[in-house]
Design a protein around this ligand. Structure first.
Ligand SMILES: C[S@@+](CC[C@H](N)C(=O)[O-])C[C@H]1O[C@@H](n2cnc3c(N)ncnc32)[C@H](O)[C@@H]1O
Length: 442
């Protein structure tokens, strides 16, 4: 996990946060390891999620019914969680006993925990009874402020005007939400069985082992992100994070090592996009469908070292894979021709690329040059060649892996090979991209 946490730390936005779900067996070790990477001062909380609600009476020791969610900020000084929406239960605590035209209110204590001489004075309530602050405490407001509040009908003395005074807080004045607690009950955020039911909706045969309920991820994304933000789940599993992020208007990236990508994640997200997933938070989020995603499969590394420490093309690469990879690196669109063996890709209408592991002789190149003709140019990527430089005006000849190596950036933190995400616009490349500018004679 250390390698992954180091990468995730680098990747995380300056004002971002990371939320890691982990069970009781590993949480203490994980916490200490993350302390080392994020710094103890950026630790936010270790949330307890009640993942099960019924006791397992056959448990040998204790019946474990919670997991942890370890929360760190990239920088705790700048990161603040959002508030949670107020629940109906919270709002129901507000009443209007005195028919105040300002609406429902609830009362709170007028005494402060610390002593302040300015706020220590006797208060005579309407019934005539006199109240003083409790021992070693004071009121929360000065005498003048108290009078202002009384005049504004913001002090409550009880139905008979005989109680210790309290401050009226109107629902219209309270914050737009509530601060999250660190214990999350299954009644608020769902439990394991909820999550399994959600997974069954799109894969009834193989219910994923450890899915998370959508409401749990909704809580995390509410606290830790805003619409339009990018949410990354590098251990996507059944794809709950992406599904919830999508429904909540966040952009998302999911990474998965296993086949779950095909068996769970892609089918799930397709249903979400088509508006056919009625489970999880769909109704609460008012989700109707829309949006899309792109899917990439990570190829094996194109280059590897041989036993003499020389860079060679990875043996896992067959000729098609190699041609496609070299096209991508060189900014060519991979479009192999059915009829012309040398036409593997194109950058402009008359500009083509040929990728081969062969060593090309002068005669072979001469033949190729003839076939390409005067109206086309061809970039030839081969392992070695014999020819005089500039011998064929319509051919540019380069060697792999040398030219691929020159595209690789060594010793950098950032990985700057571009993966184009946007629809591919027509290119107007006037010259070969920089990658192919250097050349060495064979
Ligand atoms: C506990 S599951 C995640 C469950 C997920 N939150 C859900 O709701 O379904 C962890 C997932 O991480 C995947 N995984 C493990 N190591 C990985 C790696 N190095 N890169 C990408 N995925 C990995 C596993 O295949 C597994 O599907």
């Amino acid at each position: 996990m250390r390698d992954r946490m180091e990468l995730l730390h680098k990747l995380l936005a300056k004002d971002g946060s990371i939320w890691i779900s982990i069970d009781d067996n590993e949480q203490a070790y994980l916490k200490i390891m993350i302390d080392e990477i994020f710094g103890r001062n950026n630790f936010v909380a270790n949330v307890i999620w009640e993942k099960k609600f019924s006791p397992q009476n056959d448990a040998k020791w204790l019946s474990d019914n919670h997991d942890f969610i370890i929360v760190y900020a990239k920088n705790k000084d700048v990161w603040r969680p959002n508030l949670l929406p107020r629940s109906e239960e919270m709002d129901a605590r507000y009443k209007n006993i005195d028919n105040d035209p300002r609406g429902v209110w609830s009362s709170s204590d007028l005494t402060a925990r610390t002593y302040n001489k300015n706020c220590d004075y006797p208060i005579t309530v309407p019934s005539g009874k006199i109240y003083n602050p409790p021992a070693s405490r004071a009121w929360t407001v000065s005498k003048e402020k108290f009078q202002e509040l009384v005049t504004d009908n913001r002090i409550w003395f009880g139905p008979d005007g005989n109680n210790m005074p309290r401050i009226k807080r109107f629902l219209t004045d309270v914050k737009e939400g509530s601060v999250s607690l660190t214990i999350w009950k299954h009644t608020e955020v769902g439990h394991n069985q909820d999550a399994k039911k959600e997974v069954k909706e799109f894969n009834s045969k193989s219910v994923f082992e450890t899915p998370k309920p959508e409401r749990l991820i909704e809580r995390i994304l509410t606290l830790g992100s805003n619409p339009g933000d990018i949410v990354l789940d590098s251990f996507a599993g059944s794809g709950t994070t992406g599904a919830v992020a999508h429904k909540m208007g966040r952009r998302w990236i999911m990474i998965e090592l296993d086949e779950h990508c095909h068996t769970h994640i892609i089918p799930r997200l397709k249903k979400v996009i088509d508006g056919e997933d009625s489970g999880g938070i769909t109704e609460a989020a008012g989700w109707k469908g829309g949006g899309g995603f792109r899917y990439y499969r990570l190829a094996p590394s194109l280059l590897q070292k041989d036993k003499w420490d020389n860079w060679i093309i990875n043996k896992e690469y067959n000729p098609e894979m190699l041609a496609e990879a070299v096209c991508k690196l060189g900014g060519f669109t991979y479009a192999p021709s059915d009829t012309l063996y040398w036409m593997h890709g194109t950058s402009t209408e008359n500009d083509y690329i040929y990728v081969t592991t062969a060593q090309l002789t002068h005669d072979q190149l001469a033949l190729l040059s003839d076939e390409v003709g005067n109206n086309r140019t061809l970039l030839v990527m081969c392992t070695a060649f014999r020819s005089r430089a500039g011998g064929f005006p319509n051919l540019t000849i380069k060697k792999i892996p040398t030219s691929v190596l020159s595209k690789c950036e060594w010793g950098h933190d950032d990985y700057s090979l571009q993966i184009e995400n946007l629809p591919i616009a027509k290119k107007s490349v006037k010259k070969q991209p920089g990658l192919f500018e250097e050349e060495a004679e064979s």
